[in-house]
Design a protein around this ligand. Structure first.
Ligand SMILES: Cc1cc2nc3c(=O)[nH]c(=O)nc-3n(C[C@H](O)[C@H](O)[C@H](O)COP(=O)(O)OP(=O)(O)OC[C@H]3O[C@@H](n4cnc5c(N)ncnc54)[C@H](O)[C@@H]3O)c2cc1C
Length: 416
């Protein structure tokens, strides 16, 4: 990287204004926007890509990990999008595989029905502040830079991008060396019912044994019953919020994807073709905000409960080796609470952060990061933002009993 700098002075037109502005349309962002809109707040959602669903569609992470509950907006989405997977009660785990294309389409329609104004291809590049308060964001759009103003902003970018632009302190990766979980390019294969053409690019790897595979294991799902195989077997070291790491990962993970598919074609999946490769490498971990509370490994392993609970999960500690090595640290977790304060950044007003980039240590994050939990955090953030708008209070000072009432009214059930 060069040490030279340039200074940019520019005037940006305000394109739209809302009471709640959500940035990032992944699990956290879609749930945040729907819940804010249901509180009657004018809500807009700015999404960098062409689709909603985040890693669950863009990254083709098309299986929901079980977290010990199916409640709130996540339950509602399941009831509408995957009704066959809907359990009778709120406090069970489900692990359904789904079509990422169908989820993408479902979310487009859902957010439209809920009255959320979604801006696709709107990538936030700067935060506007008055004093400590975020009052707007600037997005790169198909028509150039545009500003979006609001009363409360919810950063659901996964990377804490808005928080970073607003000056919130961040932490990243392991305490000892800052290494984050590696990236994985997800892909799908399809049973064609007859021997398929095998393909290995010239610069591919000819894996002969499981131990040579990037994760040292076979990890895939074939639950949909239509011959779709969802494969999570590539692995590239690096931080998905770093330019050079992502440049390398996009090329290396595709080389691995072809190579793993070729290995599978020679080892049990002779009739399968490579049918879909995610449009971008999947990013597990980048930046965490420093919030009013930081979720720790001890909270997760000790089953800690909090008065300001906003989400509950028993998903395991699940750390893909940050050095890129072929091991995964998986540890059973019996269940714990995530407090609201993990979503409230220090030092900046008018901003809530939801999803995988909340205030959590590397180990705690490895458990709370899965999609269902991010839906729950987003739902809580949308309600909290609405309360702050309605009462004029700071996001840190909203009433927790009032937040719990709103969540209950929207179908959230916590386990005592
Ligand atoms: C390879 C891989 C496998 C995984 N496996 C599973 C699994 O099997 N099951 C499971 O439940 N979870 C799994 N996860 C975890 C889960 O997918 C993510 O942790 C979860 O999607 C995080 O949700 P999120 O809303 O916080 O962020 P994301 O899903 O990352 O969504 C963030 C959104 O913000 C947008 N965005 C980013 N920057 C900007 C910006 N500047 N302006 C506007 N928009 C922006 C992005 O385009 C994206 O749509 C996996 C993750 C990966 C990477």
């Amino acid at each position: 990287m060069s040490n030279r700098e340039v200074t940019l002075h520019t005037t940006v037109p305000v394109y739209d204004t809302a009471e709640v502005v959500v940035i990032g349309g992944g699990p956290a962002g879609t749930a945040a926007a729907v819940s804010a809109a249901r509180n009657g707040r004018k809500t807009i959602l700015l999404e960098h890509s062409a689709q909603l669903g985040g890693m669950g569609t863009l990254g083709n992470v098309s299986v929901f990990m079980g977290i010990g509950n199916v409640t709130g907006i996540y339950r509602e989405f399941i009831s509408e999008f995957l009704p066959e997977a809907l359990p009778d009660t709120h406090h069970v785990s489900i692990w359904p595989q789904y079509s990422p294309f169908e989820l993408r389409h479902y979310l487009n329609g859902k957010l439209e029905k809920e009255g959320v104004d979604v801006y696709y291809h709107a990538s936030v590049v700067a935060a506007i502040k008055q004093g400590d308060r975020v009052t707007g964001v600037v997005a790169n759009t198909r028509e150039g830079l545009k500003a979006f103003e609001g009363a409360v902003f919810i950063d659901c970018t996964g990377d804490s991008r808005v928080a970073a632009e607003a000056g919130v302190p961040l932490r990243s990766g392991r305490d000892e060396d800052g290494l984050t979980q590696p990236m994985t390019l997800m892909f799908m294969m399809q049973d064609t019912g007859k021997p398929a053409r095998q393909y290995l690019p010239e610069d591919g790897y000819r894996y002969e044994d499981v131990s040579e595979l990037p994760q040292g294991r076979r990890l895939y799902w074939e639950k949909t019953g239509d011959g779709t195989l969802l494969v999570n077997m590539t692995r590239v070291r690096g931080n998905g919020a770093k330019i050079r790491d992502v440049n390398f990962a996009e090329k290396e993970s595709l080389r691995q994807a072809f190579s793993v598919a070729n290995y599978l074609q020679r080892n049990g999946f002779e009739n399968y073709i490579l049918s879909h490769v995610a449009g971008q490498v999947g990013v597990r971990e980048t930046n965490q905000i420093v919030g009013l509370y930081t979720l720790t490994e001890e909270d997760v392993t000790g089953g800690r409960r909090f008065d300001d609970v906003v989400a509950q999960t028993n998903y395991e500690i699940d750390i893909h080796n940050p050095t890129g090595g072929a091991s995964t640290d998986e540890r059973h977790v019996s269940g714990y609470d995530i407090p609201y304060r993990c979503m409230v950044p220090v030092g900046v007003e008018g901003l809530i952060v939801a999803g995988r980039c909340i205030s959590a240590t590397h180990v705690a994050m490895s458990s709370m990061r899965v999609q269902a939990t991010c839906y729950a955090l987003g739902q809580a953030a949308g309600n909290a933002a609405s309360l702050a708008v309605e009462t004029g209070s700071s996001v840190a000072d909203i009433s927790i009993p009032a937040l719990h009432e709103r969540l209950a009214a929207q179908g959230v059930r916590f386990q005592k």
